[in-house]
Design a protein around this ligand. Structure first.
Ligand SMILES: [Mg+2]
Ligand SMILES: [Zn+2]
Length: 191
């Protein structure tokens, strides 16, 4: 039976295959989620709320061709605020990963921060080191899969995403406006 475990990060079923194709030290394409993968309607956590950002599947497919490991890093204070549970988030994340694989653009993993320093409930109300602009999620991914900061890229739609990248030593960081087609970003070709 498909029992869902809440374990950080969410690992794509194709992850080990993806890792095997890239020699270490690897490079990653770090993607914020809301506003970069899906249009940010605020606290999106179900398929019916999901509108994909134009060009996102093409962009991730191209990242694979260029030898990047695509890793999602997302602040999910909606969990800490009690808008949806960690289990709801995992189920939704599993669905997102499945769609990307069906579109020939598999994601490698999703890291999330469920905390909020003032609005979080109970154990979620903490000053953590994972909520962007803190670099905790990026650092975890980099040490886990031997990812090199200098050759990696981050795309975010907020200044806090870019600050997190810089704090982790990732200087190829681009601010994206989700009204654009993301596949037109040429940040991958420059590397
Ligand atoms: Mg965002
Ligand atoms: Zn956190």
């Amino acid at each position: 039976m498909s029992q869902i475990e809440i374990r950080q990060p969410f690992l794509d079923p194709t992850l080990s295959e993806q890792l095997a194709q890239l020699s270490a030290p690897r490079r990653a394409l770090f993607l914020d989620r809301d506003g970069v993968i899906n249009v940010n309607h605020g606290y999106v956590h179900s398929p019916k709320q999901t509108d994909w950002v134009d060009g996102i599947f093409e962009f991730v497919a191209r990242a694979h061709e260029k030898g990047f490991l695509p890793v999602v890093v997302t602040n999910q204070a909606g969990i800490g605020r009690g808008y949806y549970s960690e289990l709801d988030f995992i189920k939704y994340t599993r669905w997102v990963h499945k769609v990307f694989t069906e579109r020939n653009a598999p994601l490698a993993a999703t890291f999330w921060c469920p905390h909020h320093p003032t609005a979080g409930e109970g154990r979620y109300r903490v000053e953590c080191d994972c909520r962007k602009p803190q670099p905790g999620m990026l650092r975890q991914a980099m040490s886990r899969w031997n990812i090199n900061a200098e050759t990696s890229v981050l795309i975010g739609d907020k200044q806090s995403d870019i600050e997190a990248a810089h704090a982790a030593g990732i200087y190829n960081a681009a601010l994206f406006t989700s009204s654009d087609d993301i596949s037109r970003l040429d940040i991958l070709s420059n590397l």
